[in-house]
Every structure is written in structure tokens, then in C-alpha cells.
Write a protein that binds this ligand. Structure first.
Ligand code: ACO
Length: 384
């Protein structure tokens, strides 16, 4: 075997061959199964997109109806999971609650019959169905309220928004939220997807796969930037403060949240779609002054940092949409997880279809031929 150069963070190292999604960061192209994200966002629904990603092609009408029906049928949580959630501390982060719940779901279905298509189908349906219910239930239960039961007459996105506060959402709000889920459903190999693939490669159950991916997404370097965008816009406070803020960040070599991407060197195509959604939502339910600050920020950052390929990423506008929908900021990353379950499951299925366990190597930098020092002599050694 040839040894190759060590690249921190595996930057640029292919870890799989995949046909799930494609990104061209120089022209701003994102495709799911070969279809442009703009086309999917305009015409599809989140569940149809999940089907496309996981099963590899668009469903026909009957397949879609059956899939939607199955997901809707499995939305409820077992009372034992709800009882477990009652014991979670109310100050706990919703991502930690979600990781625990996803893993706990595996206790009920952990047969690991990965070669059985019915087991795979059931796991896909249960995870897509129950993850949103878990997020909404924790939101209610941490305040001492009962979780809101899912409503069978509402679609996937509308039902999630309904479960957050027991109010049926405006149809435009539900459609916009559904598109947000589509935009976050998949994005080639990133930290949480790689985590899902590594876990999948051990042939453990899919609930453990999703739990490990949720744990990885929870880190601030991955899932949390849209929360920070909201804080940043609040701190900037007014359009006049934008230019001095950007200049200060550049002088101090500080990151401007919601800008820059390892892959995209132009505006993230998802940010462009989200910007249109923000405008539609504000037209309907009222303007938000933070959006004017955001627009000015985009202009000034492009002027100052565009030459480095620093443009808005997906997180820049998504927080503004979620805030306008009345969603608490600490649910932004769990919402990312609800959507990304589709991508994680697609990669899980692809991985087990051609599996080889991940077992990378390392470059050892420690000593050799060291002696074992008896305990009683070690103290003297440290005192020296
Ligand atoms: N603000 C200001 N300057 C930036 C930013 C930013 N947001 N991002 C990158 N740069 C600058 C760097 O300072 C660096 O400049 P230099 O060459 O003069 O040193 C140059 O651009 C390249 O930066 P890298 O660190 O090499 O970029 P990398 O690809 O490693 O980082 C990342 C990508 C982590 C997304 C980065 O752009 C960042 O921290 N952005 C802010 C946080 C954020 O929005 N994260 C969400 C990403 S999208 C997602 O995860 C869903």
C-alpha cells in the first residue's frame, strides 16, 4: 500500500465514491442525485426529496403517497421515550436531548438485520417520522408542558411547526419551512455525514448511526453558525454600524458569521434561495430590521472579502427565516438535524451497500523503547 501525505481534517481526501449529491464550489452548483437544488426547492417537498436522496430516484405518485402515509403513521413517540425525556434537565441543549432520543429509539428496534429490505425501510421511515416529534416534544417538556401530539391532517413541515406551539401555521410559512428542510437535507461529505458513514461501516444499527451524526452536528464548528448570525446582527444593531463592524473584524482577523465555506468560493446557492424565502415571508408577515443590516453586511463583505471567495453561506439567511417563524434559537441546529437525517440515511444505505469498515492510519510521533516505571518510583520522578 502506498502511504500518502497527512492532511489535517482530511481536506481534499476522497473517503468514498458516492452518487447522492454533487457540489461545484466555483460555479455555485449543488445537485441532489443530479438534479439542481434550485429545481428541487421550487418543485419538490422535503419528503419527496428525502425519498430521492435515500432511494436514488424520484418516486411515482403511488410510491410518494405510500411513503408520506407511512411517515405520518409513525410520527408518535412511545410513552417510554416521552417518560425518559421527562428526566432530562430543562437546561440541557436540545441537540443533546435529540442525540439521546435517537439512540434510545434503537433500543426498541435494534435487530441489525441490515440485509432485510423491510428493516431498512422501517428504520428510514421511523427516523424521518420521529426525529421532528422528539425536537418539538423536548421544546414543550423543558418548560413543564405536555408534548403536542402530531396531527395527521398536516404535512411534514406544517405538523412540525404545529407541534412547537399547538398553533396551525400559515400555509406560506409551512411551505417556506419545508423548503428550508430541502436545502439542508444533504451536502456531500462533511463532518456529521462522515461520522454517520464511519458508524455505519461497523454494521451497527441505523439509530446509532443517526445518534452519532447528531452528536457531530452539535459542535459549534459545524451546525451552530446560524444561531451566531442572529446574535451578530443584533450586536451590529444598525446599518451605519455595518462597515465599521466589518473593518474591525478584518483588522482583528475575526470571522464574520454566515460567510465563507470550505467548498464554495461564490455565494452558496442555498443562501440565494433562502434570501428569496426571507423576502416572501417578510412581505406576508412583516419586515424585520435585521434583514436590512444583513443586506448591507453582504454588500460590505463582498466588497472587502469577495476577492478571497468569502460570500454568504447557507447559515446567513436561515436564522432570519426561523426567527420570523417564532422558533427559539437553540432549535436552529436541531432543525438542521431534522433535515439532514435524509442525507445521513442516504449515506448509511450507500455505505452498507458496498461496505468496508473504516480503518485509517496515523503517523506515530511518540517515543519507543520506554520502560515501565513502578508506581512507587513515579512520584519521585514527578517531584524532580
Ligand atoms: N470572515 C472573515 N474572513 C474569513 C471568513 C469569515 N467568515 N471565512 C474565511 N475567511 C478568511 C480567512 O481569514 C482566510 O484569510 P487569509 O487567507 O487571509 O488567512 C481565508 O478567508 C480562508 O479561510 P480558511 O480558514 O482557510 O477557510 P476554511 O475553508 O478553513 O473555513 C469556514 C471555512 C469554517 C466555513 C469559515 O469560512 C468560517 O469560519 N466561517 C464563519 C462560520 C460559518 O459561517 N460557518 C458555517 C459554514 S456552512 C455550514 O457549516 C453549514
Amino acid at each position: 500500500m502506498t502511504t500518502c501525505e497527512y492532511r489535517p481534517g482530511l481536506e481534499g481526501i476522497p473517503v468514498t465514491q458516492s452518487s447522492i449529491s454533487y457540489v461545484d464550489g466555483h460555479t455555485g452548483v449543488l445537485e441532489y442525485r443530479g438534479i439542481r437544488i434550485e429545481e428541487i426547492a421550487q418543485n419538490s417537498s422535503f419528503l419527496e426529496t428525502a425519498y430521492l436522496l435515500i432511494w436514488g430516484g424520484l418516486p411515482n405518485q403511488q410510491q410518494l403517497q405510500e411513503f408520506e402515509h407511512e411517515v405520518q403513521y409513525h410520527r408518535r413517540l412511545k410513552y417510554r421515550i416521552r417518560d425518559m425525556m421527562k428526566c432530562f434537565p430543562e437546561s440541557g441543549h436540545p441537540m443533546d436531548a435529540l442525540q439521546a432520543c435517537a439512540a434510545a429509539l434503537g433500543l426498541f428496534h435494534s435487530r441489525r438485520e441490515l440485509e432485510d429490505p423491510a428493516y431498512v425501510q422501517n428504520a428510514v421511515v421511523r427516523l424521518l417520522a420521529k426525529i421532528p416529534t422528539m425536537v418539538a416534544a423536548f421544546k414543550m417538556m423543558r418548560k413543564g408542558n405536555d408534548p403536542v401530539q402530531p396531527r395527521d391532517d398536516l404535512g411534514y413541515a406544517a405538523n412540525f411547526l404545529y407541534m412547537l406551539n399547538e398553533r396551525e401555521p400559515d400555509p406560506l410559512a409551512a411551505r417556506i419551512f419545508d423548503i428550508c428542510l430541502i436545502l439542508h437535507a444533504e451536502h456531500t461529505i462533511n463532518a456529521s455525514t462522515f461520522s454517520a458513514m464511519v458508524t455505519a461501516s461497523t454494521l451497527t444499527d441505523p439509530y446509532a448511526v443517526i445518534a452519532s451524526a447528531v452528536g457531530t452536528l452539535a459542535g459549534p464548528l459545524h451546525g451552530g453558525a446560524n444561531e451566531e448570525v442572529i446574535t451578530m446582527l443584533r450586536n451590529i444593531g444598525s446599518i451605519e454600524n455595518v462597515r465599521p463592524y466589518v473593518e474591525k473584524c478584518i483588522a482583528n482577523r475575526e470571522r464574520i458569521m454566515g460567510f465563507g465555506h470550505r467548498v464554495y468560493k461564490v455565494k452558496d446557492p442555498r443562501a440565494a434561495i433562502l434570501q428569496g424565502l426571507v423576502e416572501q415571508l417578510f412581505d406576508k408577515v412583516g419586515h424585520d430590521a435585521s434583514y436590512d443590516i444583513a443586506l448591507e453586511l453582504e454588500l460590505v463583505v463582498e466588497e472587502k472579502l469577495g476577492h478571497k471567495g468569502i460570500y454568504p453561506n447557507v447559515d446567513f439567511y436561515s436564522g432570519l427565516v426561523y426567527r420570523k417563524l417564532g422558533i427559539p434559537t437553540d432549535l436552529f441546529t436541531p432543525i438542521f438535524a431534522i433535515a439532514r437525517v435524509a442525507g445521513w440515511l442516504a449515506h448509511w444505505k450507500e455505505q452498507i451497500g458496498k461496505n468496508r469498515i473504516f480503518r485509517p492510519t496515523q503517523i506515530y510521533e511518540g517515543p519507543h523503547t520506554q520502560q515501565y516505571i513502578p508506581l512507587e518510583k513515579r512520584l519521585q520522578m514527578w517531584e524532580k
